[in-house]
Ligand binder design. Structure first.
Ligand SMILES: *[C@@H]1O[C@H](CO)[C@@H](O)[C@H](O)[C@H]1NC(C)=O
Ligand SMILES: *[C@@H]1O[C@H](CO)[C@@H](O)[C@H](O)[C@H]1NC(C)=O
Ligand SMILES: *[C@@H]1O[C@H](CO)[C@@H](O)[C@H](O)[C@H]1NC(C)=O
Ligand SMILES: *[C@@H]1O[C@H](CO)[C@@H](O)[C@H](O)[C@H]1NC(C)=O
Ligand SMILES: *[C@@H]1O[C@H](CO)[C@@H](O)[C@H](O)[C@H]1NC(C)=O
Length: 370
């Protein structure tokens, strides 16, 4: 937030008029904003000059990989290269060289990637003038410009913040801003006050060998609806945590063979709850803990996890979140293990690890609250 304050303070308005004679193919939907006035010189979509409104931020750069980089003589030449991309360019970095400038064309802007804005005395960062400069969104949501029609939308950076600001919102899929991009995620808006973002959904629908576990990345959230998707938690939970800190991890599962639902969450206000959080994010080692080990039972919970768990971090687990992050030694787990096709949801006395065991039927859901 202080970065954005600094940004507003330092932003100066600059109108850069681009005049060029080449006929560049362009159509209406590629325009950045009404401030860029493409003036068609022919009866078709070609034009020979245009305008772009830019603002700049001195001694800052947006630290992302540029989509292109040019050596240019002046600022307008850089703006012109930006214009030429017909909308893919969202901002530019202009680095002063001994002779001329280095012009970086960027596919992102400060609105989706503000955490990448860094100080750099040799660089001026340019953004395209847009409606978000008028701060139209309510507190807690972020304004994302739509350059094509000079409008904007307001985005939330977590299901929890969304629920807090709009308490009437029902459970369902929402666009949430995670690590610089809007992603369609499933938010449980009901349980325990709501605001839970689903990051893993795995089910074995009937007595059968469970499907091989499908790990994916932040762009694969849509697969949650298939019932066989787990976000690669070792890699991406720390990414989510850095863009929107994770306060709680929730484990929900149900196995018809035991007829018991597990629905528990870590409680970061306790020593062990905070420890499990850090363990899942790869920042602590496995250890013993004192029941209830920082585990809080939600209203649906019928398990004994919160009273019996006494260990944090199973041996040989690959994914810290989906393997037994905490358990009662040799007995109760919430556990998905691919190699053995062994899927445990709390209960004791599993008859064997055989692949066709009915004990593997059920569903497992993993949530975070940020
Ligand atoms: C650019 O477009 C204007 C308006 O149609 C036209 O009068 C002018 O001749 C064009 N210039 C060039 C160099 O094509
Ligand atoms: C559009 O105008 C340009 C310049 O006159 C011309 O080269 C091009 O063929 C035209 N395109 C169409 C689809 O008419
Ligand atoms: C910027 O550089 C280009 C290419 O050298 C040149 O044609 C243009 O006149 C320059 N514009 C300004 C405003 O100096
Ligand atoms: C601008 O474009 C977006 C996306 O194409 C659309 O959803 C929105 O309704 C448009 N807004 C206006 C004011 O035209
Ligand atoms: C999870 O997977 C099941 C299929 O097994 C599906 O019915 C459900 O809609 C998925 N998504 C959520 C949010 O539970």
């Amino acid at each position: 937030a202080s970065m954005m304050e600094a940004l507003k303070y330092f932003l100066y308005y600059a109108l850069i008029l681009i005049f060029y004679n080449e006929s560049v193919e362009c159509s209406q939907q590629h325009m950045f904003s009404p401030n860029i006035r493409y003036q068609a010189s022919h009866g078709n979509a070609s034009f020979n000059y245009s305008y772009i409104n830019l603002k700049y931020l001195k001694a800052y750069k947006l630290n992302i990989t540029p989509s292109a980089s040019y050596n240019v003589n002046n600022k307008s030449q850089c703006a012109k290269e930006c214009l030429k991309t017909k909308g893919d360019c969202k901002s530019t970095n202009l680095r002063e060289m001994n002779i001329g400038f280095e012009c970086e064309i960027l596919g992102e802007d400060i609105y989706t990637s503000d955490y990448q804005l860094v100080e750099d005395s040799s660089i001026t960062h340019f953004i395209i003038a847009n409606k978000c400069l008028q701060n139209p969104c309510r507190r807690g949501s972020k304004c994302i410009p739509i350059y094509q029609n000079n409008s904007y939308y307001c985005a939330y950076s977590s299901c929890r913040i969304m629920k807090k600001i709009e308490p009437h919102l029902p459970t369902g899929y929402y666009n949430v801003l995670i690590a610089g991009k809007l992603r369609k995620v499933f938010c449980d808006m009901d349980e325990d006050g709501g605001g839970w973002m689903l990051v893993g959904n795995y089910s074995v629908p009937s007595t059968q060998v469970g499907p091989e576990i499908n790990y994916g990345d932040l762009d694969s959230f849509e697969e949650l609806s298939t019932g066989n998707f787990l976000l690669d938690s070792n890699i991406y939970l720390p990414v989510i945590d850095s863009s929107s800190p994770i306060n709680e991890f929730r484990f929900k599962c149900y196995k018809p063979s035991t007829n018991r639902a597990v629905d528990i969450t870590t409680d970061p206000s306790t020593h062990w709850g905070a420890y499990i959080n850090r363990y899942i994010l790869g920042r602590e080692l496995r250890t013993s803990c004192q029941p209830p080990c920082g585990i809080r039972a939600l209203t649906n919970d019928q398990s004994e996890m919160s009273t019996k768990a006494n260990r944090i971090g199973h041996r040989n687990i690959v994914q810290l979140f989906y393997g037994a992050a905490f358990f009662e030694d040799g007995r109760r787990h919430v556990f998905l293990q691919d190699s053995l096709n062994y899927h445990d949801c709390d209960d004791t006395t599993v008859p064997s690890l055989t692949q066709n065991s009915p004990w593997h039927e059920g569903y497992w859901k993993f949530f975070v609250r940020c």
